[in-house]
Design a protein around this ligand. Sequence first.
Ligand code: SF4
Length: 322
Amino acid sequence: MSALRESSVLNDLELSRPISFSLEASSIFGRLGKRLMVILRSPGCNYYQRRQGGCSYCGFSLLTEPRRRCTPDEYASQLRYALEASCAHDVDRLEIDLYNSGNFLNDSELAPMARSALAQVYASVPNLALLSVDSRPEFINTPHLRTWLTSHPRSFAPELIEIGIGLEVFDDDLRVTELRKNFSRQDFASAVKRLSKTGVGLLTYVMLKPSLMSDERALSEVVGAAEFAVETAARYRVRGRIALEPTFVVRGTTLEGQAMKGLYSPPTSDLVVEAVTRLHHSVGAVRVGLWHEGLDSLRDPIETTTLQKYNLHQDLSVFTSF
Ligand code: SF4
C-alpha cells in the first residue's frame, strides 16, 4: 500500500513550500480518488498558545512555523508547490486537506487574505472533489464563513468544502475538563446549524481512548459522539461524515506524561478494529486516521495497511484475517 503514497518532509525554511505534503489513494464519498494532505507553514493554534495550554493530547505545535508569518502569496505558493510536486493535477478525483495546525477560520491564525489566496489556487483545480479544513466551533460563525465563501470564484460551489470539528467524545465533562477542549455538544450543534446556511459539509472527528479510560468506555464515547454528530447533521440537513482518530502519544503532551508513568497506553489494534466495526454498524463507513500528519507514531505497518484498505473499500471483511 505504501506505493500508493508519495510524501515529502521539507526541513528548510523555504516559505514557498509547505511543511509537508502527501498524496495517497482515498475514497471520496464512496468513489476512489486521491487525497492530498498539505500542512501549511503557519503560526499554529491560538487555543494551544493560551496560558492554560491547548487540548491535552495535541502535538500540532510541532508542525508550526512560529518564526515568521507567511504572506498570502507564500501560502498560495505552498499549495501550488504541493499540487505540482505530487502531480495531483493528474488525478481524476482529488480531495485536498489543507491544515494550518490549528483553526483555518480563525483570522488570527490565517488572515482572510491568506484564505482568499489559497481559494484562488484550489478553486482552479479542475478535478477537485472535496476541500477539507479544520476549525473549532467558535470560528464557524457567519461573518467568517461569508467572507471566505465570497472570496471564491463565482463558479466554485460551497458544496465542495467540508469543515472538520474535533468533537472527539460524547461526554461533555470528559471533553471540557480532561481533554481541555472547552466546548460542549451544544456548541458543536450550534456550529453545525450555522453551517447549514452555507452548503458547506461537516467532518466530525471522534477520538479513540484520548485519555485514561477503560476500552469499553473508549468504545462507547466514540460511538456516542459519532451518533450525536450524524443526528445533528441530519437535523440541520448538513452533509456529514465521521473520521475515527485512534489516539497516539505525541511528545510534549499531557498524555505523554501519563504514558511515561505507565498510567496510559494507546488503543491496541484489536480495539481500533472493534471501534471501526461498531461505528460502521452504527453510523456507516468512517474514515480512519492513519497518522500521516508527520507526527511520530508507533503503529504496526500491517495494521496501517489493513486500515488503509478499509478506508479505500469501506468493507469490514478486510479485518477477517487481521
Ligand atoms: S487539537 Fe486543535 S484546537 Fe486543540 S490545541 Fe490542537 S490544534 Fe488547537
